[in-house]
Ligand binder design. Structure first.
Ligand code: PGA
Length: 253
């Protein structure tokens, strides 16, 4: 953790969740008492179809909501897309952009991710910009270089601690049950902080929340969240179980 930074634990439901699953959000809200809320921020990023009802279900809970993607465009003839302003209109305050599943399955380049992050910021949505190396890149000793390259290409200029969150998600750790060692996470997060200082200036870099994501579970959360420069988690699978999500958040608090 970074002592001066308030941690954020964000749940990425991916393409999971029907109306009945609003009960998960309600259960998370029930467990997020005032003392808990004093120590860690929570956000839930459900599928777009559930963003508005999730935001409504969480009114009064201090739990934020967000989208899992947003368009580079503000509005218009872009069938199937959702704009950052629409996320805001549905009560969202965050948008995950550049998730590895978008980068891989939808061919999103760093330039696209940057344009999405800029579109989010324009609509006063905080982008959670995801970066992370593949297994081959890690094995070739290129993890740090690849992630720095993604940061250089994906982050909007002028981002501040209030307008940007970065999530380090090694592609090989997502949904696999595998996680990097604490030492590898420490090395990567320190490198990200240093690169942010170069790109955005020292003040912004010192305050931007750097989340770790990839197979975070209640059983490994304490170890991962205790690593220097880890300011929270981006949680996939475990965010679909209220008890697990809360246990991970508690490890941050
Ligand atoms: P996981 O996913 O926690 O299921 O590994 C993380 C993510 O993709 O954000």
């Amino acid at each position: 953790m970074t002592r001066s930074i308030r941690p954020l634990v964000a749940g990425n439901w991916k393409m999971n969740g029907l109306k009945a699953d609003l009960a998960i959000a309600a259960e998370v809200a029930k467990g997020y008492d005032a003392e808990f809320a004093g120590a860690v921020d929570l956000a839930i990023c459900p599928p777009a179809s559930l963003l508005y009802p999730t935001s409504v279900a969480l009114i009064g809970s201090r739990i934020a909501t967000g989208g899992q993607d947003c368009s580079t465009q503000a509005s218009g003839a872009f069938t199937g897309e959702i704009s950052a302003a629409m996320l805001a209109d549905a009560g969202g305050t965050f948008a995950i952009v550049g998730h590895s599943e978008r980068r891989t399955l939808h061919g999103e380049s760093n330039a696209t991710v940057k344009a999405k992050a800029e579109a989010a910021q324009k609509a006063r949505i905080v982008p959670i910009v995801c970066v992370g190396e593949t297994k081959d890149e890690r094995e070739a000793g290129k993890a740090l270089a690849m992630v720095k390259k993604q940061l250089r290409g994906s982050l909007p200029e002028g981002s501040t601690a209030a307008t940007l969150v970065v999530a380090y998600e090694p592609v090989w750790a997502i949904g696999t049950g595998l996680t990097p060692t604490a030492a590898d996470v420490a090395e990567m997060h320190e490198a990200i902080r240093t690169e942010l200082a170069r790109l955005l200036g020292k003040a912004a870099a010192a305050g931007v929340r750097l989340l770790y994501g990839g197979s975070v579970k209640p059983s490994n959360a304490a170890e991962l969240m205790n690593v220097a420069n880890v300011d929270g988690a981006l949680v996939g699978g475990a965010s679909l179980k209220a008890g697990d999500f809360l246990a991970i958040a508690r490890a941050c608090a």
